[in-house]
Write a protein that binds this ligand. Structure first.
Ligand code: ADP
Length: 158
């Protein structure tokens, strides 16, 4: 059986923290599907196409990593892709509380899927997409917080 993991998120935008969790999990799974959730209730800063393109650019050298997007339940997306794992990152106790309920609900809905958590590296513990959005909105320099491969794309936007 192939070990397929789904890493769901908004990636608005992808940060070095996301990149690090995904790359660190390469040894655990045969395939990692980085899945951008499309939630019509949620307001995003960057368009879906842009967020997907950034992910593709960042992981272009990794055939194990697939970029996709989905609407609706993560568990349904897992079923459709025969994924046995959901991958998430943990930074703080707030992350833990939030992730625990989601993973427990997902487990009830789809018992065959296990959520696997990787602790954030200390240097990325304070890093979040929302902080990057704040800095960007206020014309600050975000280049140290996003993956190297997409820095140029941001520079062109500023
Ligand atoms: P969501 O909209 O689901 O919160 P995010 O794109 O913000 O999506 O995050 C997706 C996952 O990445 C979550 O599990 C989150 O905890 C994790 N994550 C976000 N930032 C970091 C970071 N700096 N280090 C490790 N994991 C992170």
């Amino acid at each position: 059986m192939k070990r397929i993991a789904v890493f769901p998120g908004s990636f608005d935008p992808i940060t070095k923290g996301h990149e690090s969790v995904i790359l660190r999990s390469l040894g655990l799974f045969d395939t990692i599907i980085v899945a951008v959730g499309r939630n019509s209730e949620k307001k995003y800063m960057f368009p879906l196409e842009k967020r997907i393109q950034w992910l593709k650019d960042v992981f272009t050298d990794y055939p194990q990593i697939i970029i996709d997007s989905y609407e609706g339940l993560t568990t349904e997306f897992c079923k459709k892709n025969q994924a046995g794992f959901i991958l998430r990152g943990l930074r703080t106790s707030a992350d833990f509380e939030f992730e625990r309920s989601i993973s427990q609900m997902n487990k009830k809905m789809l018992p065959g899927v296990e959520t696997v958590f990787l602790m954030a590296l200390p240097e990325y513990n304070a890093l979040s997409s929302s902080i990057i959005r704040d800095i960007y909105r206020n014309h600050g320099d975000i280049t140290t917080f996003v993956p190297e491969k997409i820095i140029l794309s941001f520079a062109q936007q500023i």
